[in-house]
Design a binder for this molecule. Sequence first.
Ligand code: ATP
Ligand code: MG
Length: 402
Amino acid sequence: MNYDRIMIRYGEMSLKGRNRKHFVHKLKKNIQFMLRDFEKIQIESGWDRMYIVLNGDPVDPIIEQLKNVFGIQSFSPVIKTEKNIEEIRAAALHIANEVHSPGNTFKISARRTDKTFEYDTNGLNHAVGAHILIHLDDIKVDVKQPNLNIIVEIRQDAAYISGQIIHGAGGFPVASSGKAMLMLSGGIDSPVAGYLTMKRGVGIEAVHFHSPPFTSERAKQKVLDLARKLAQYSGSVKVHIVPFTKIQEIIHKEIPSGFSMTATRRMMLRITEEIRKKQGGLAIVTGESLGQVASQTMESMLAINAVTNTPIIRPLIAMDKLEIIQIAEEIDTIEISNRPYEDCCTIFTPPAPKTKPKLEKMEQFEEKVDWTPLLEEAVHDTETIMISARVQSSTADLDSLL
Ligand code: ATP
Ligand code: MG
């Protein structure tokens, strides 16, 4: 007798009355996609649980993949049995025996959704617990801090027995709430912003501004590697690489240096807006955090934001850098972000950017140049690369993609 399926408990989405069907459907699709390498599994979805029937596929790598799927609150490898106390006891004993060593402690946590079952939860705890005490040597019950917690769920269709509850990633299924364009630099913040937005159920396409020869291929590779980390939560991520050199040079020449940072941000946002429209996105996501740098004061944000009415999602706006770094460590983007290659903004950063740029002044300075054809050209020459979570060796992958 072995684990034959994985039971999935839904996260927050179980609160959503009418949308629930849609979320469950999306979650199933996402799980199917994330587990596409496993050919034997079957997914059964129900109102409040989903089951991955293993059919002989290995449980451990599937568990690793499931940890990255948003919309899952928790999950457990389970043995499914008839609602018959002998079978339930046998499954529980099997699970306890697998991990048993002398001196172990355990408890049984029974739950019933089928209230007609002959044992109530207390009765089940005792009936199953006694069976384990009889059959295993040197094992004790500890209801407070057991080494092993055996969960017995009596549901309408069957009984499910498991030995562990694994934390899921929480949130909503990715792309269950539409798609947004993530402005992805090579820094620490924007990948974290992307991760948090995906967690709320939003699909992500990345937009990156690249200024060769001032920024190197390695800077671009860094962004593709970050996108690959984000792709772990969705299977793949599209990255739009925008050639930005010409616009940056013109800004550098034509705009007074204190305002060049603001102008650069405004142009980036206008281009991202055009790409968003083309791709059918509903919002723009940035890694901005209030007060962190000159371009992230309230005044700067007002001047930058004035170029668009599109909702801008800023998941990090009120976070401290240390909190952001902690998430970057958890999602394993920090090392990539810390690679030293220059970003287009770092190179063109003026010595003293205005921290309180006035919008009217900014607009006056910009009037000197006809930006529209420049922006159109940048959008037209944008290169789109599909990054998949699967490929590990990034340079080889880039070569084959380019
Ligand atoms: P990050 O660590 O994400 O680079 P930051 O603290 O360095 O952020 P800024 O450089 O001011 O902050 O950038 C603010 C936001 O603007 C970034 O989080 C990102 O969303 C966007 N951004 C900056 N540079 C680029 C770029 N080259 N391509 C795409 N988006 C960018
Ligand atoms: Mg940056």
